[in-house]
Design a protein around this ligand. Structure first.
Ligand code: SAH
Length: 279
């Protein structure tokens, strides 16, 4: 078994089973095939009420900083198959990784390591995940600008920020109040004002906002919390590290088929911080 040091997260071996979820997205612009005379005409300055506003990804101020380092990280560690890894290929995910300023989400003492492909301590015994794992899990979520996504484990706010480059519909829950406060501050200062944040135990999910098309759990749990399964839309998926705490877990993708049936894919071994419960 190959030992590759990776994530919140250490990937111990990389199976090549990255089947579902990696498919390239359909282009967002749909071709209107109706004859020209049937197409709706909108006068200049008048908005067409039936056309939803086009999603414009965020442009956080720190995006203009450390660009070369971020591009190098994506090229050498995320798109590459070095060490037997499955490369991340989805162009939208790669763009989100190039555009999200990870250095804006790590403590000052870790700044020089922000663009190394490693998890970093963010205090309170928690970590910001390794960039390759963030990108891989994001690709597995298979989201587009219409997807509603719930993250459990806001931590630094970095993963939520990456998601916000793909869809304006992001919710995230963090159980440690001090981390939730800091993530909120960092996200706000970078202009990520679309992400809905909540402090509390993510086990219960966010029922008022359900159903979600995709749910990402960024802490290791022995089993999928039942409320999260209930809050997943048919056709949706949950990406999570499943397994014992303090040991190696499996990175898995759980699909809910259109008929509500559950199907689980195992990807590769990882090591995440524990999923904790409120008292
Ligand atoms: N996604 C984060 C990585 C976070 S590490 C990032 O991008 O930085 C995992 C996080 O999950 C920790 O901050 C931890 O406090 C949080 N967590 C653990 N159990 C939780 C629970 N039950 N509900 C919400 N958050 C939880």
């Amino acid at each position: 078994m190959r030992l590759v040091v990776l994530g919140v997260v250490f990937v111990l071996a990389c199976s090549s089973s990255s089947s579902g979820g990696c498919a390239a997205r359909a282009p967002s612009g749909q071709v209107d095939e109706r004859p020209a005379r049937e197409q709706p005409v909108t006068a200049p300055g008048e908005s067409d009420a039936e056309t939803p506003a086009k999603f414009v990804p965020p442009t956080p101020p720190a995006m203009a900083e450390r660009v070369q380092e971020r591009h190098r990280l994506v090229r050498d560690s995320i798109q590459s198959s070095r060490g037997g890894r499955t490369p991340v290929r989805d162009p939208d995910v790669l763009r989100a990784m190039r555009d999200t300023p990870r250095h804006a989400f790590v403590p000052a003492s870790m700044q020089s390591h922000a663009y190394h492909d490693r998890p970093l301590s963010i205090g309170r015994g928690q970590t910001i995940s390794q960039p390759y794992i963030v990108a891989y899990m994001t690709e597995m979520l298979d989201i587009d600008e219409n997807s509603r996504v719930l993250e459990i484990g806001t931590g630094s706010g970095y993963q939520a920020a990456v998601l916000a480059h793909l869809t304006p519909h992001v919710w995230s829950i963090e159980i440690v109040e001090a981390l939730a406060e800091r993530a909120k501050r960092d996200l706000m200062s970078q202009g990520y004002d679309n992400i809905r944040l909540r402090t509390g135990d993510g086990y219960a999910g966010w029922p008022e906002e359900a159903p979600f098309d995709a749910i990402i759990i960024t802490a290791a749990a022995a089993e999928l919390p039942e409320p999260l399964w209930e809050q997943l839309a048919p056709g949706g998926r949950i990406v999570m590290p499943r397994g014992p705490q303090g040991a190696v877990q499996d990175l898995i993708v759980i699909h809910k088929d259109e008929d509500g049936a559950q199907r689980t894919e195992r990807h590769f071994p990882v090591r995440f911080v524990p999923f904790t419960r409120s008292e």
